[in-house]
Design a protein around this ligand. Structure first.
Ligand code: F6P
Length: 327
């Protein structure tokens, strides 16, 4: 029989993502609804180690559902990956009587939670919060929809100026290990080529496709590249293209961190609210070391070790669609 939780901690970790605030709000208010004490932990695992932990009330999360970033702040803590760091973190949680933890973050954050919960008797529930969508066990991760919409808005604007000058644009979007932002934003903006880390980038094929389009006088060309593509980001790709197609009027645009900010979309607020609610419910039901996700619009639990190991699969059909529609 699992121990009943009475005091829970919540933290946001890794890179921030729009909608994290909505998830924190849901955790705090669901916890209070059930008579639990809820503690906010600042700067992810760093705040756990530094004992930067405070009791939250319902009012602590007022007026944040619409805000990007995270009121709990984010960090990528190196010390938490050392046994000493985790020991100090555990002692700090114990000093507040915290007996359950909700970790909102991406794969690095879940790896930390796994290590921690294997060593100490504090159940952890993960909520996928990352713009990269590189976690298995959920159709959505909090922040992805906002980030991809930000990218689409920016690429649409780039297309206007590309069209006015008959230019070739290489647009770099975020995604160190994952190409979802590139794939989704690329399809949605009619990009001619999309380069992502999950598939081998065939430079010859890219050059051939651009040359062929030039022959057909299709002058506006958008190449969307994920920052983690094996050839490097937009600057590297542009270098190769300029060498091979010196007559093409080529420009580079790197969207960068604007993709991480901004007010979350309705979808991100909704999934954050649902996941936050279910994270607390799962702790109360005695679950531990699982991620709460949403699959086919239903709640789904995935063991944390699988969520980080088994990445989502890029659909081959989607890649085919890119080729057909951009002809
Ligand atoms: O959070 C994910 C992400 O935005 C990646 O897409 C990107 O590679 C990375 O974080 C950037 O991290 P930082 O803000 O620490 O440079």
């Amino acid at each position: 029989m699992a121990k009943k939780v009475t005091k829970i901690g919540v933290l946001t970790s890794g890179g921030d993502s729009p909608g994290m605030n909505a998830a924190v709000r849901a955790v705090v208010r669901t916890g209070i609804y059930h008579g639990l004490e809820v503690y906010g932990i600042m700067r992810g695992y760093s705040g756990m180690i530094e004992n930067d932990i405070f009791k939250m009330e319902s009012r602590s999360v007022a007026n944040i559902i619409q805000r990007g970033g995270t009121v709990l702040k984010c960090a990528r803590s190196k010390s938490f990956f050392e046994p000493e760091g985790r020991k100090t973190a555990y002692e700090n949680l114990k000093s507040h009587g915290i007996d359950g933890l909700v970790v909102i973050g991406g794969d690095g954050s879940f790896r930390g939670a796994l290590k921690f919960s294997n060593e100490y008797d504090i159940p952890c529930i993960g909520i996928p919060g990352t713009i990269d969508k590189d976690i298995a066990g959920s159709d959505f991760t909090i922040g992805f929809d906002t980030a991809v919409n930000t990218a689409v808005e920016a690429i649409d604007k780039i297309r206007d100026t590309a069209d006015a000058h008959d230019r070739l644009f290489i647009v770099e979007v975020m995604g160190r290990d994952a190409g979802y932002i590139a794939l989704h934003s690329g399809i949605a903006t009619g990009a001619e080529n999309i380069l992502i880390p999950e598939t081998k980038t065939d430079i010859e094929e890219l050059i051939n496709s651009l040359t062929e389009k030039e022959k057909r006088r299709k002058l506006v060309n958008l190449v969307v590249v994920a920052e983690g593509d094996e050839f490097g980001g937009a600057n590297e790709i542009a270098k190769i293209i300029k060498e091979r197609l010196p007559n093409a009027d080529t420009r580079v645009a790197i969207l960068g961190h604007i993709q991480r900010g901004g007010s979350p979309t309705c979808l991100d607020r909704l999934i954050a609210s649902r996941m936050g609610y279910h994270a607390v419910e799962s702790l109360m039901e005695g679950r531990h070391n699982v991620m709460v996700g949403i699959v086919n619009n239903k709640l789904a639990y995935t063991p944390l070790n699988l969520a980080v190991k088994a990445k989502q699969k890029i659909s081959k059909e989607w890649m085919k669609i890119v080729k057909i529609l951009a002809s």
